[in-house]
Design a binder for this molecule. Structure first.
Ligand code: ADP
Length: 175
């Protein structure tokens, strides 16, 4: 299943299969591997990815770091760290927005034009997907508006519930 609003292509699928300049990883702050999308990315990229992450030494929530994609079809992996949800009054919205901004800024600085994002924060970190999807859609649309070279932004939803939440956010947030 796939839909587009002219800014974002929304797809249900597996981000490790995306042949783009960079896929985004929802990592933890050690960058030393976890479950969820991070585990899937490391499995396909191979052990060199963990070595590259170890050399970086960590990443604060809301920031982003880049590595090669190794055995992934994507050229690069942009690792970002979402907020750990603790009720919504601890700055989670801002940190999540910063994740999207840090990733698109880093991509722009490297001249990358096609990106694929997972639903950052809404797995193990517990961010409610309805709220997260609105922040993601708003930030990614702004990034496309700011950077005319950013040709393709794909959001890869793992499962129907996530896909439907993002589709609703794209409909509700009219320009
Ligand atoms: P976080 O710790 O930021 O919550 P998770 O990896 O636990 O990160 O979850 C983020 C999102 O990534 C969830 O919606 C989860 O279902 C999704 N996800 C898990 N595996 C994949 C995959 N292979 N491709 C795309 N999304 C995935």
């Amino acid at each position: 299943m796939a839909i587009s609003d002219g800014y974002i292509d929304l797809v249900e699928g597996d981000i490790t299969r995306e042949r783009v300049d960079a896929i985004v990883n929802a990592a933890n702050s050690s960058l030393l591997g976890g479950g969820g999308v991070d585990g899937a990315i490391h499995r396909v990229a191979g052990p060199d990815l963990l070595e590259a992450c170890r050399a970086i030494g960590g990443c604060l929530p809301g920031e982003a770091r880049v590595t090669p994609g190794f055995h992934l079809p994507a050229k690069f992996v942009i690792h970002t760290v979402g907020p750990i949800w603790s009720g919504g009054a601890a700055g989670e919205d801002t940190i999540l927005a910063n994740c999207y901004r840090s990733c698109t800024r880093l991509a722009k600085s490297m001249g990358l034009v096609s990106l694929a994002f997972p639903s950052i924060g809404t797995g193990a970190y517990g961010f409610p997907v309805e709220r997260a999807s609105r922040i993601a859609v708003r930030e990614l649309r702004d990034a496309v508006d700011r950077d005319p070279n950013l040709l393709t932004i794909r959001v890869i939803c793992f499962g129907d519930d996530t896909f439907r939440a993002y589709a609703r956010a794209m409909e509700d947030l009219l320009d």
